[in-house]
Design a protein around this ligand. Structure first.
Ligand SMILES: Nc1ncnc2c1ncn2[C@@H]1O[C@H](COP(=O)(O)OP(=O)(O)O)[C@@H](O)[C@H]1O
Ligand SMILES: [Mg+2]
Length: 355
């Protein structure tokens, strides 16, 4: 299992974009991937259309912020797509320093929780916060590798020295070498500054740098705002080609590392799917389908937000399902889903396929 922290204390250099899209591309290449968000801002979750504030359990519970430390990572992780899970975080993680200030072994909490997942994933990708505090330290101590995204701007190399010091400290503490690779992000071939900074980074990192350069591509920003990876948003985009190339480079290293891929893991094969129905005036909206044998239960009740959007998340095994919404006791198909099939009552059912 490779455990890769995406770290750089500079905000806005492409950590989250790299963590999310590299994870999605690795999963697409058949690797079993868990993305862990270690940033209290919860950007990784938002990038994948998960509301970090709506989760009953998050990484904070795993690290033991809310008292007892009985929560394991697999209680927190959500299925995003085939081979792809994520463990979300929210603002509650920002108090880790405070809560654990006197606790022995506070730097190795993430490492311990990952140890129990050994053999479940090929890759664990950790999205680090923009700081060098306890959260980043926990991430680095748990990692076997670090990817340092560096954006092409004037001051982007400023602070890299401090990051390298911390990485040195981690290596001393763990006694094992961390593989470090820089990756150039937001490269704009039209500007001189991009070319100059790229040359500077290549000088600085020498061989410890991925050949792939991530170009500036507005589709990457758009994908994030739509809550999708670039793979699900637009495969024609330059951003997709770039992150796929990076994933290819990462996968190529497996042979050299002597890595063995994990076999199919049944335990984590369920995928979480969110169903949404917009009906501000409805009194009740429920979801019923072949996944719950078309029967009403606790599972079918949807929750309304302030704007009148009713939603429900269901954990589903891979397969094909038919479903409908029951809006004030009237059957209605999913307006946001164009896939329909004829049902036995002369009407239509919505159809969803989980792969
Ligand atoms: N290659 C890119 N091209 C265009 N926009 C990008 C690119 N990489 C990141 N961004 C955008 O820049 C902003 C900061 O990126 P982000 O990945 O959130 O950085 P960090 O996690 O290091 O703070 C986000 O709005 C993101 O969508
Ligand atoms: Mg981020």
């Amino acid at each position: 299992m490779r455990i890769i922290s995406i770290a750089n204390q500079k905000g806005g250099c492409g950590k989250t974009t790299t963590a999310v899209n590299l994870s999605a591309c690795l999963a697409n290449k058949g690797r079993k991937v868990l993305l862990i968000d270690m940033d209290p801002q919860g950007h990784s979750a938002l990038h994948l259309n998960i509301n970090p504030d709506e989760q009953s359990k998050t990484v904070s519970d795993v690290l033991g912020i809310s008292g007892s430390r009985a929560t394991s990572l697999d209680e927190v992780m959500l299925g995003i797509g085939k081979n792809f899970h994520m463990a979300p975080s929210n603002i509650s993680l920002s108090t880790l320093d405070q809560h654990l200030s006197m606790v022995q072994g506070r730097e190795t909490r993430l490492k311990e929780s990952i140890d129990s997942l050994y053999q479940a994933f090929d890759y664990i990708i950790i999205d680090c916060p923009p700081s060098l505090g306890l959260l980043t330290f926990n991430s680095l101590l748990a990692s076997t590798e670090v990817i340092v995204p560096i954006e092409m701007s004037l001051f982007s190399l400023h602070g890299i020295g401090r990051l390298m010091e911390i990485l040195g400290l981690v290596q001393e503490k763990t006694g094992h070498k961390l593989k470090i690779n820089a990756v150039a992000t937001m490269y704009d071939s039209r500007t001189r500054i991009s070319k100059e900074v790229l040359n500077d980074i290549r000088d600085n990192f020498k061989g410890s740098m991925y050949k792939t350069v991530i170009n500036l591509n507005v589709k990457l920003k758009e994908a994030a705002s739509f809550g999708k990876s670039i793979l699900d948003y637009q495969k024609r985009a330059r951003g997709f080609t770039d992150y796929m190339a990076l994933a290819n480079e990462v996968v190529k290293e497996e042979k050299h590392l002597g890595m063995e891929l994990v076999k199919q893991n049944k335990a984590f094969s369920k995928i979480e799917k969110q169903f949404v129905f917009h009906a501000p005036d409805a009194i009740s909206v429920k979801i019923v389908g072949s996944f719950n044998n078309w029967t009403l239960s606790e599972e079918s009740t949807m929750e309304r937000d302030q704007e009148g959007k009713w939603s429900k998340r269901l954990l589903l095994d891979p397969g094909k399902y038919e479903y409908k919404f029951l809006v004030n006791d009237i059957w209605i198909e999913d307006k946001r889903n164009p896939n329909l099939s004829d049902n036995a009552f002369g009407g239509k059912n919505s159809v969803i396929e989980i792969v």
